[in-house]
Design a protein around this ligand. Structure first.
Ligand code: SAM
Length: 239
């Protein structure tokens, strides 16, 4: 195997944690019984297929949240937009169980779950199949030698651009100023994206439909503000 092949295998390794505290009996039941009904399993499919097929036929707009944590933003968005289909990606089992609890209590029918590393799902999805991607407080990997693990790594941005429909939106939020500018720099270098900032203080203002996440609340309690970055996916013919 070449050095490059080794490097790309290493970059694809999963570095986060999968399990936390033991689940309550009720949440374990949701993982055992409800998750299999909502789980997206690209390995079970014959090649790429359109995610709209995973939802009720009345749904034509699809959004994805990557690394939804405990799922409060995802569940809130799904409740506010019952006509939109949401794909949540999160390998941390306790977070998935927390989302399932909200789906169950609020009787949400427009969420599907990929409970693994999102990079395993994305290549199987067809071009332009997503209308929005939300990446909220993803792991900042502060050490320089770990930067290539960041979700906003240029290789992942190419994949996000492929999957977003023209006019679609990518939202990125973080409490780490250096991570925000690192990401902005790479987003601006990718010609598929246009930064939606309209005012000098744009990145300090939450989008109007914003729902605070658990991570964000904890960061605020430690005195850390949020940087909000929003990007428009340009039409393919304009890139
Ligand atoms: C710092 S937490 C933030 C969680 C949530 N967005 C919030 O704001 O509360 C980052 C989350 O991203 C998830 N994550 C990291 N890498 C991921 C990947 N490759 N695919 C899917 N989720 C990932 C982690 O498991 C973790 O739950």
């Amino acid at each position: 195997m070449s050095v490059d092949a080794n490097r790309s295998e290493r970059d694809k390794r999963w570095y986060g944690r999968r399990f936390g505290r033991k689940l309550s009996a009720a949440r374990q039941r949701l993982v055992d019984e409800l998750l299999p009904q909502l789980r997206v399993n690209p390995a079970a499919d014959d090649g790429a297929r359109n995610p709209v097929d995973w939802f009720d036929p009345s749904i034509s707009e699809i959004r994805m949240e990557i690394g939804f944590g405990a799922g409060e933003h995802l569940a809130g968005q799904a409740a506010a937009h019952p006509g939109v289909g949401f794909i949540g990606c999160e390998p941390f089992v306790n977070g998935v169980a927390a989302l399932l609890d909200q789906i169950n209590r609020q009787d949400l029918s427009n969420i599907r779950i990929f409970d693994d590393d999102v990079r395993l799902l994305l290549p199987s999805l067809p071009d332009g199949c997503l209308n929005r991607m939300d990446i909220l407080f993803s792991d900042p990997w502060p050490k320089t030698r770990h930067h290539r693990r960041r979700i906003s790594d240029p290789g992942n941005l190419v994949q996000f651009a492929r999957l977003l429909a023209a006019g679609g939106e990518l939202r990125f939020a973080t409490d780490q100023v250096e991570f925000a500018s690192w990401t902005l720099e790479r987003m601006l270098r990718n010609t598929a994206f246009e930064w939606l900032a309209r005012r000098p203080d744009d990145w300090t203002r939450a989008p109007t439909d914003w729902i605070e996440t658990r991570y964000q609340q904890k960061a605020r309690a430690r005195g850390l503000g949020t940087t909000y970055l929003r990007f428009h996916r340009r039409r393919r013919e304009d890139v």
